[in-house]
Design a protein around this ligand. Structure first.
Ligand SMILES: Cc1cc2nc3c(=O)[nH]c(=O)nc-3n(C[C@H](O)[C@H](O)[C@H](O)COP(=O)(O)O)c2cc1C
Length: 161
């Protein structure tokens, strides 16, 4: 699945079968987290007007559903000034994306292209909770070629930097 997953930015309107949606959400539930604190909450948005209101890109709103990943920073841990809720959410979202790829579904990390305050207002997210990421989910209407990656030798070393 690691090889199959791509960021999909064009979706067919067909709904995601509920059992596939639950399979994907279950994958998030099983993700590891700081101290197993599971600081996350996932909101599945299918309502067309809400999808539009929380998306800054048409192709995101056109997917049959959007999964919004929220985290409670007070529930996760922090160490040396690093807050771990972002990492917890990153792992859980990637579980979602790999499980979706397994079911032939497309996803795309949306990390920056949304306004957190707007999302909170539209979905009724409490003020102390952070909206970390979202992903559209649906059947792909495109087959992007793999995007380039650095070679292993550029990113790996043994026994020293
Ligand atoms: C933390 C994070 C945030 C991202 N935010 C966005 C985003 O806001 N919009 C978008 O279109 N893609 C976003 N992406 C997707 C990346 O552009 C994409 O993963 C990268 O170009 C590699 O392509 P691939 O996923 O098809 O392998 C994000 C990816 C990550 C990991």
């Amino acid at each position: 699945m690691v090889r199959k997953r791509r960021s999909i930015r064009k979706y067919r309107p067909d709904p995601v079968p509920q059992e596939h949606l639950e399979y994907v959400l279950e994958a998030a539930r099983l993700a590891p987290s700081w101290g197993n604190r599971q600081c996350w909450r996932f909101i599945v948005v299918k309502d067309p007007s809400k999808k539009r209101a929380i998306s800054q890109r048409d192709w995101v709103a056109e997917a049959p559903a959007i999964i919004v990943g929220c985290a409670d920073p007070n529930l996760s841990g922090s160490r040396f000034g690093q807050q771990y809720y972002m990492l917890d959410m990153g792992i859980a979202m990637e579980h979602i994306m790999l499980a979706a790829a397994e079911k032939g579904l497309g996803t795309c990390w949306i990390g920056g292209q949304f306004d957190e305050e707007t999302v909170k207002k539209v979905l009724g997210v409490p003020q102390e909770i952070r909206v970390v990421a979202m992903t559209p989910i649906g059947y792909p209407a495109e087959e992007p070629t793999p995007r380039g990656r650095k070679e292993l030798r550029e990113i790996v070393s043994y026994d020293k930097w």
